[in-house]
Design a protein around this ligand. Structure first.
Ligand SMILES: [Zn+2]
Length: 659
């Protein structure tokens, strides 16, 4: 048996956000589950690089687009490694294997008569990189980008004859009720198909960044048409027929609910047109909100997945994302809720149980638990929970599967309280009973830890080690080892608390600002009297030749300048200014500061929130274009080039002194 699983590939014009982390972690839990059941699994992830936004971003940073994409690949891989995401392959759409596949598919489709020349005139959302019909717009704006005005474009394009496939798509949905899940997404697409399909543009004219059409090389393949093909190119389409035959069709595409149309309407039609089978299943997951609000960098309601990992490590982050959010629905995150679940599930429930059982086995039985009899109440609990777990995982109800594993933990804690091993230990007549109780509890935790391996790979492996299960993690079979086992004896190991309880009140959550804090200083706020005019922060003087050594200063002079790390919370262009951007930055103080920085030639405001920069914190306030600036950002100012911000490693807390 084989299982080919993919996630959406990500645009690399911004750093990985929590929604993307959620998708990757969920898919990883599925991949690990399949592997753990002995299924030959291929798990693909990757980056979508032929986006005009990526190209623009690279140019703004003064980088060759390929070099920029390579740098971003590093950023994405680092984040996925931190979250222990175990993909087997990571594709970049600029790779030769992908180009070969795109050109082959486009050529096949062209030869099949499904691609023709025409003129596209209509709306285009640059941020989605998607053509939008009038009826798709909400108040004239893209529904996913309500702050952006879509562009009206008119250009010569090649069109893909999507309309031709409507009836076949309807029949396919009819014959394969599981093709798109959950059902709410399936119903949306069915309504769309019933309303009829238009042909779509599959090329862009006059652009340098992209894969040339094999039959009209002055055009590049439209980024969405290009991107979808990654799922086929990664397993050999166009480069390795035997490999492609082995892995295609894909068993499951995990994607966000906003891109189901591309994956279940456009993609199957593209494949049919080229004589290739469609994928077997597409699952559209929901979105994560922050405290009930849409996550948005500009609103200050975004959460960096790196902060989640920094707080408790990767496993609690993975557990929250997959257990607290019903897979397929939208979910919510707050730091309070994250901490609450950490304390409840890990510190109090599972962590406490493993500490108690290992400590008791050591105290009463010298560290060894021996099987006694055929297992009692907990054996029944484990069998029932394991069956529910496999049932849920099989239908991608990850949250239910993980909850079933935790049911074992809860029952085992109840069993310990009820059996009171500490009382049994005082009664010499109860020695056999104590043996049985200790074995049952340790066996129940072992089974639960086994079932938790896909979601908490590192911690579950450590739990198994403590419980005396010597099976290497790669050899654990969830279908076999996740059930009750009477084999033993086992030697348990004690260790420090795996998840120390955190105090909700005293705990320090990474800074999150609300829109309210963000605008502490605005045009309507009267400026303080002591304002110093005309001491505007200036970009450092441009050196046209090698700098002449300036007069040396002593350390005390330098220490007068208070440099601090700061996190950009929000940014907006200063009206009527070509150079200035108004920043709201976290410098570790009670309120964010406003700093006006002359960096607009190098940066778009939307790209700034979340960046860690260095600022001069003790500069006297200055008024720029009517805005009071409290500090100055540090930026390199190359001659004739745009300023480049001095960046600080994101592990540094805002407010940390730089010296
Ligand atoms: Zn959009």
């Amino acid at each position: 048996m084989r299982f080919y699983l993919t996630t959406a590939i990500d645009y690399v014009n911004s750093r990985p956000h929590l929604g993307q982390a959620y998708e990757k972690v969920s898919a990883d839990v599925i991949a690990r589950y399949k592997r753990g059941c002995g299924v030959d699994t291929y798990f693909l992830m990757g980056n979508d690089e032929h986006s005009q936004n990526v190209y623009k971003k690279a140019r703004e940073a003064g980088l060759d687009p390929l070099a920029y994409c390579a740098e971003m690949e590093h950023v994405f891989r680092e984040r996925w490694a931190e979250l222990t995401v175990s993909f087997d392959d990571f594709i970049r759409t600029t790779e030769p294997r992908h180009r070969a596949a795109v050109q082959k598919l486009a050529q096949r489709s062209y030869e099949a008569g499904d691609i023709y020349e025409g003129t596209y005139e209509g709306w285009y959302c640059v941020s989605c990189e998607a053509f939008r019909q009038e009826k798709d717009l909400v108040d004239g704006k893209c529904p996913f980008h309500p702050t952006l005005t879509p562009e009206w474009i008119r250009e010569k394009n090649y069109f893909f004859r999507l309309s031709k496939y409507r009836d076949r798509l309807l029949a396919h949905f009819e014959a394969n009720p599981g093709f798109l899940q959950p059902d709410v997404r399936r119903n949306e697409i069915l309504r769309l198909l019933e309303a009829g399909l238009d042909d779509i543009s599959m090329s862009r004219a006059g652009q340098a960044w992209g894969i040339p059409l094999p039959f009209a090389p002055e055009n590049v393949v439209y980024v969405w048409f290009d991107a979808l093909i990654n799922y086929a190119s990664a397993v050999g389409y166009g480069t390795d027929d035997a490999r492609f035959a082995q892995w295609w069709p894909a068993d499951l595409h995990i994607i966000g609910k906003d891109i189901t149309r591309f994956h279940t309407v456009v993609w199957p039609a593209m494949l049919w047109s080229a004589g290739v089978e469609p994928p077997r299943q597409v699952f559209g997951h929901g979105w994560i909100n922050y405290g009930g609000q849409r996550m948005s960098k500009t609103l200050g309601t975004s959460v960096d997945p790196a902060d989640l990992v920094a707080k408790f490590g990767p496993d609690p982050a993975r557990l929250y994302l997959t257990k607290e959010i019903a897979f397929g629905n939208d979910g919510d995150f707050t730091w309070e809720r994250y901490e609450e679940r950490y304390n409840a599930d890990l510190a109090n429930n599972l962590g406490n149980l493993v500490s108690r059982v290992t400590a008791m086995v050591h105290k009463y039985r010298g560290g060894t638990a021996k099987p006694a009899g055929s297992g009692g109440a907990l054996a029944t609990v484990v069998s029932g929970a394991a069956a529910r777990y496999h049932g849920a995982m099989g239908r991608l109800a990850l949250h239910e599967g993980i909850a079933a594993a935790f049911d074992i933990v809860t029952a085992a804690n109840g069993f310990v309280a009820e059996q009171a091993p500490w009382a049994l230990a005082k009664d010499p007549q109860a020695a056999d009973r104590l043996d049985a109780v200790l074995f049952e509890v340790s066996e129940a935790v072992r089974a639960a830890a086994t079932l938790l391996l896909p979601v908490m790979p590192t911690a579950a492996a450590e739990l198994l080690r403590r419980l005396g299960d010597a099976t290497p993690a790669a050899e654990v079979r969830l279908d076999r080892d996740g059930g009750w086992r009477n084999s033993g004896p086992r030697t348990l190991r004690t260790g420090s608390a795996m998840w120390p309880r955190t105090d909700l009140a005293a705990a320090e959550a990474p800074a999150i600002v609300t829109t309210k804090n963000e605008t502490t200083v605005d045009e309507t706020t009267p400026a303080p009297k002591a304002l110093v005019e005309n001491t505007a922060p200036k970009a450092p003087a441009e050196d046209t030749v090698a700098p002449t050594p300036a007069e040396r200063i002593v350390i005390d002079d330098f220490m007068k300048v208070e440099l601090r790390a700061a996190k950009i919370l929000a940014a907006e262009a200063v009206p009527k200014s070509k150079k200035l951007i108004r920043l709201s930055v976290d410098v570790g103080e009670a309120e964010p500061r406003t700093i006006v920085a002359g960096i607009a030639e190098g940066y778009q405001p939307a790209d700034l929130p979340g960046r860690m920069i260095a600022i001069v914190a003790n500069l006297k306030p200055a008024k720029l274009m009517g805005i009071e600036s409290n500090g100055m950002v540090l930026a390199a100012s190359p001659e004739g080039g745009a300023p480049i911000l001095v960046s600080v490693d994101e592990r540094v807390a805002p407010g940390t002194r730089v010296r």
